[in-house]
Design a protein around this ligand. Structure first.
Ligand SMILES: [Zn+2]
Length: 243
């Protein structure tokens, strides 16, 4: 099993117990919000990628199995991902609540996860940061990258002092990553909806609320709304609820 360093820092806000899952389309600022939640409550952030790397490093049977499959170019199936998550949740740093990133990604993963939480008597708060299609396209297609030094800009929210010239190194013109072109953004958004909808269906069928937060305003305002939801949910007695 994986081990993780247990933080002894005292956080000013009581930790929400159980699992927090944050969803959001590309460009909605989900990563920023995940950082803010972790900073405020001291909950562990668990990403699927980190979890896989940790389990491999631990040398467990599961880790060796995953390593062999990756080496053979195989995908990690749902059942294995579920076992990884279940093992990870046993680590001490998850006792005070945890934030999942990139899981569950499919309906069957969500179903298995709901059962794990039920067995553990563990709470769950699901939050989706929603941003309208046009706003997302504007945010993402506005990104600019300096190919010389790697500095990142946004023509709408964080423009360079001189149009198309890098503030840091003076290189010009700034570029657009191929992932940030409009046709690619459209496809990424379509994929997000297609992946996320079955997950939400499973949670809703299990009686869970999907809290939707408007992500169009500033990161600070979005955080305040998320904190409000987490703190309202914290007072629930999950042991009396079925997942
Ligand atoms: Zn530069």
């Amino acid at each position: 099993m994986a081990t993780a360093r247990v933080s002894t820092t005292t956080y000013p806000f009581a930790q929400p117990s159980g699992a927090i899952i944050l969803f959001g389309p590309p460009g909605a600022g989900k990563g920023t919000q995940a950082e803010k939640i972790a900073d405020r409550y001291g909950v562990s952030k668990i990403s699927t990628g980190d979890m896989i790397r940790q389990e491999i490093r631990s040398g467990s049977d599961l880790g060796q199995d995953v390593e062999a499959r990756l080496a053979a170019g195989q995908l990690i199936d749902d059942a294995t991902v579920n076992r990884l998550v279940e093992a990870r949740l046993e680590v001490e740093d998850c006792k005070g609540g945890f934030l999942l990133d990139g899981y569950p990604r499919t309906g069957p993963q969500a179903g298995a996860f709901a059962k794990v939480l039920e067995r553990k008597g563990c709470g769950l708060v699901v939050i989706e940061v929603r941003v309208g299609y046009n706003e997302i396209v504007k945010r993402i297609t506005g990104r600019r990258l300096c190919s010389q030094c790697g500095a990142i800009y946004n023509v709408h929210s964080q423009p360079p002092k001189v149009s198309e010239v890098c503030d840091v190194c003076g290189h010009r013109p700034l570029g657009i990553r191929s992932d940030d072109r409009e046709e690619v953004v459209k496809e990424r958004l379509r994929l997000y909806e297609a992946e996320t909808m079955p997950v939400f269906e499973v949670f809703r069928a299990a009686g869970r609320t999907i809290h939707q937060v408007d992500g169009a305003s500033s990161a600070e305002e979005v955080s305040e709304r998320i904190f409000g939801i987490l703190e309202a949910e914290r007072s629930h007695d999950y042991s009396k609820e079925s997942v």
